[in-house]
Design a protein. Structure first.
Length: 358
């Protein structure tokens, strides 16, 4: 699936982790970054499920999300909704511009997301919701939307495509037919079996202690998450370990906390720095090298002068030399991200060198 998207591999993985752990995920960012496209394509791989999608506005009504009031019910002095093909019957749902939700629908949505229940008239019914995916072009205003925002364990800020080569590939796709979504599918029954297996993954005491250390470190930096949120992260960590074929959570899984504990986007850099310094300092170094080299590479195009190309190539080569030296002495168990960054920077370096007139 990720071959049809650029610079979205991590969030695609986390969308599947959200489903495996029955958690919710929200994507923030400017319009046109493929938020709804991503969720729609993911659901193409899940069979036998009800999928509900809606674009909210300030004028959205409860009928749009929860179904119309039953006229037959009113004839019998019963107030209930016809929920067929609406949110209360969905296994997977996607609400675009979710923070446009008004007071008329907010409370019902909160109950549905958090408690997997819907009050249909005088009767509370259980709903089959596995995961709610939300999207918004902006952060919620402080106030009554805070509770809704907090229901999403995963939070992502999606920028536009950053790498020039990926942007060119994206534009080229516009001249071809819309992509299909080949690949493996999973049925609802298989998904439920996988969710059960996820719960068998063990949480070692050493990992709990590491999580405590991370919590204390983050709180000193002013990043505070509720006990409920910390508890919810465990199921996601179990899903990550299970997906990797392991039967217990390891330190490397804790990197996911970077996407689960922030409230303001600018807090994520603090999380990355502090969490990776505890779990894998090598990954922290890899992240910094990637960011630095990306900033350098964005100045490259075939049209820039030879002096600029040479300078860019020299900086990328310096980073590659540093990576090579680091890998020679690094723990082989902890070099996956550094190797990935090395491969990416090699590709950038090759593009620049090939464009230099010799």
């Amino acid at each position: 699936m990720d071959t049809n998207f650029f610079e979205r591999k991590h969030i695609i993985e986390c969308c599947w982790l959200a489903v495996l752990s029955s958690q919710h995920l929200i994507m923030l960012g400017p319009p046109g970054t493929g938020k709804s496209y991503l969720i729609n394509s993911m659901c193409e791989h899940i069979e036998d499920t009800n999928y509900f999608q809606w674009l909210l506005t300030r004028f959205s009504t409860p009928e749009e999300l929860f179904g119309p009031v039953s006229l037959k019910g009113l004839e019998n002095d019963e107030y209930r909704r016809i929920t067929a093909n609406k949110l209360p019957e969905a296994h997977i749902s996607f609400c675009d511009e979710i923070f446009k939700a008004n007071a008329a629908i907010l409370n019902s949505m909160l109950t549905l997301i958090n408690e997997r229940a819907f009050d249909n008239g005088s009767t509370r019914i259980n709903v089959p919701l596995i995961s709610m995916f939300g999207a918004s072009n902006e952060l919620p205003e402080v106030g009554e939307l805070d509770a809704l925002y907090d229901r999403f364990i995963f939070k992502f800020w999606l920028p536009y495509i950053q790498e020039g080569s990926n942007w060119c590939k994206l534009i080229a796709m516009g001249a071809t037919s819309p992509p299909s979504w080949p690949g493996t599918t999973i049925s609802l029954e298989e998904l439920q079996k996988a969710q059960f297996d996820v719960m068998t993954v063990t949480l070692p005491e050493a990992i709990i202690n590491t999580m405590r250390d991370i919590k204390m470190t983050l709180e000193r930096e002013g990043v505070v998450a509720s006990d409920r949120r910390w508890k919810q992260t465990v199921r996601v960590l179990q899903a990550r370990a299970w997906l990797a074929g392991r039967n217990e959570i390891e330190e490397q899984d804790l990197e996911l906390l970077c996407d689960m504990l922030w409230k303001e986007p600018e807090q994520r850099s603090v999380l990355v720095s502090k969490i990776l310094s505890v779990t894998n300092p090598l990954d922290l170094e890899a992240t910094k090298l990637y960011d630095d080299c990306l900033e350098v590479f964005t100045n490259f195009s075939p049209e820039v002068n030879e002096s600029t190309k040479t300078e860019i190539a020299a900086k990328l080569k310096m980073a590659l030399d540093k990576i090579n030296s680091t890998l020679k002495i690094a723990d082989p168990v902890k070099i996956k991200k550094m190797k990935s960054v090395q491969s990416t920077i090699k590709g950038w370096y090759r593009q620049v060198v090939e464009a230099i007139d010799i």
